[in-house]
Design a protein. Structure first.
Length: 320
């Protein structure tokens, strides 16, 4: 059930929200929600029990004799919790600026787009910080340092990725379904000799052909390329544009949760939405500020980017 707006100052703009929902999924550079798939909850924060890989993989004696009871066991979960936080950005549209557009929707679309981009870039940064963060180290077995940097054409990228896939499979009994890297690493994949040699149907494979072949070469279901950039400079300083996802530093494989699955689904992470306050992935609202003759357009969501279990992923340090 969505939040009630009766008597509220802000007005929900479902039309703009739906337009940007479609727009968001067309932007392939945003990969956070493809790694941390979304899940809806009706409480802002709560505790939950997640299944442990020890319980899931434990070998049980399932043989049953005539007249005897079946083997049974209780769900042994590990206590965990989530806490959704609200994030949002507002973009004013002055009445004089509105007059410059052909129609109202074009003006509203441009004003909302700025708020949308701010919201989604911040979300992408939070997910990348988790996936490339201190929870994945060589010491805990969640990170592998490659022998030869992927910038070198002779690097054995295929074996590096297959080794990471096997590491996860041996640890949890499931193969990763996703390989991810930064867009700046795509060139390294394309010029890599081992990958090019594996695509034998053409002498000069195109970028599309190489990327299309990677899923089968890496033994995963999907390849996701993080292409979003950010300005890391402080306000007032010259712009410093950098990749959100570690440029030529990190890549990885992981197990993602199927769409619509619950919190017990084995995966590396989830994007948890408090839907009573966030009816859609990006909720768009507007309100009026007469003192500045402007309509304010707000994009927001109430979410928690939850790291579920590092066992279901393997980070690759590709700098060598």
């Amino acid at each position: 059930m969505g939040i009630g707006y009766a008597g509220a100052y802000s007005i929900p703009r479902v039309d703009l929200g739906e337009a940007f929902q479609e727009y968001m999924f067309s932007l392939e550079q945003f990969i956070g929600m493809r790694l941390f798939t979304t899940m809806d909850v009706n409480r802002k924060e709560a505790q939950f029990a997640k299944i442990t890989r020890e319980n899931q993989l434990r070998n049980e004696n399932l043989r049953r004799s005539a007249g005897s009871a079946y083997s049974r066991g209780t769900f042994e979960g590990e206590d965990d919790n989530y806490r959704c936080e609200e994030y949002g950005f507002e973009s004013p549209l002055d009445d004089s600026e509105r007059a410059l557009y052909a129609n109202d929707f074009d003006a509203e679309d441009e004003a909302t787009k700025l708020a949308f981009w701010k919201l989604m870039i911040a979300y992408e940064i939070r997910v990348s910080a988790i996936m490339e963060g201190a929870d994945f180290t060589v010491a805990n077995g969640r990170r592998t340092d490659v022998a030869i940097a992927w910038t070198a054409p002779q690097a054995d990228i295929i074996q590096d990725v297959l080794g990471a896939v096997e590491t996860v499979r041996a640890r949890v009994g499931m193969k990763p379904d996703t390989f991810w890297c930064a867009s700046s690493s795509v060139r390294d994949l394309i010029v890599n000799q081992g990958i090019r040699d594996s695509i034998v149907h053409t002498q000069r494979p195109t970028v599309a052909e190489v990327l299309g072949a990677l899923a089968s070469l890496f033994d995963v279901r999907q390849i996701v390329i993080g292409g979003q950039v950010q300005n890391t400079a402080l306000e007032g300083q010259a712009a410093v544009i950098a990749d959100v996802w570690g440029a030529r530093l990190w890549a990885g494989v992981c197990i993602t949760a199927p769409a619509g699955s619950g919190l017990r689904s084995p995966c590396v992470g989830r994007t948890i939405y408090w839907r009573d306050d966030s009816p859609s992935d990006v909720t768009v609202e507007e309100y009026r500020e007469e003192q500045v003759r402007s309509t304010i357009y707000r994009a927001r969501h109430n979410v928690d980017e939850k790291l579920m279990d590092t066992s279901y992923a393997q980070l690759l340090d590709i700098a060598g």
